[in-house]
Design a binder for this molecule. Sequence first.
Ligand code: AHM
Ligand code: MG
Length: 285
Amino acid sequence: MQEIFKSIKRSAKRIHKAINFEDFGYCETKNCSGEKQLKLDVLSDNIIEEELSKVQSVKVLASEEKEKPIEVNESGKYLIGYDPLDGSSLVDVNLSVGSIFGIYENSFNGKDLVASAYVVYGPRVELVIASIKVERYVLRDNEFMFLEEISLNEKGKLNAPGGTQKEWFSFHKELIESLFKEGYRLRYSGGMVPDLHQILIKGGGLFSYPGAKDRPKGKLRKVFEVFPFANVFEKAGGYAIDDNGKRLLELNVNDMHETTPCFFGSKYEIDRVKEYYKEKDAKRA
Ligand code: AHM
Ligand code: MG
């Protein structure tokens, strides 16, 4: 596993350089979710594939930018699902973006995720590894230095509501409004990595990407985005559930690019989600 983290660190340094110096225009191609790809999406994907395939314990790599997983070492033990450059549409406006990694054994189902990590490319480059604990590192003099252990409080102050408001179901709108009425403050950049990182570092809050009328299954992908962050939140003492109140890490995967509604937060906010989502199917009808 340590070799995997080393290789993630090497990838992060290379991607950081690419974001700073390479062309950030679009390619002619689209990815398998039908989204336009930036040259940086493809470059970041290639960097991670090159670095992780050198690690003997890695058997399979699955990228958000590729339709199917690829086998890199027949005798390897781990399967890695990654989003090479999440939130890449924010690169042109110079907001923070990230890379997300889920390390799995046997399958890409939530219960088989054994560790996860993410990198934030912001004013600083930071790396968070969730293995036994959740550890935060910062890139200084080309090395990742340990900063602190991350743990969530029981209640936070931030509200990061994803999705198109016009398409929200009324119970979701009521949930979000109830938090604002309690004094929660809006913090949403449109980049999952910095938005969730902010909640983790500031001690708590709610990040939601709900199922809505236009997208009943939400937008965020289980394997590359949702499961890795669910592990980070749980290991930091928080919670990560779907719209049925089920732990995200108990969900299975039928399709590599499958999405799910998702809620990440501390105890207080996740209890509010459960309250407002009770009998949601009847409320939706
Ligand atoms: P991407 O993987 O194509 O970058 O999409 C994922 C991003 C997340 O970072 C973010 O939470 C979400 O899309 C934002 O979506 P929206 O623009 O609907 O708010
Ligand atoms: Mg993504």
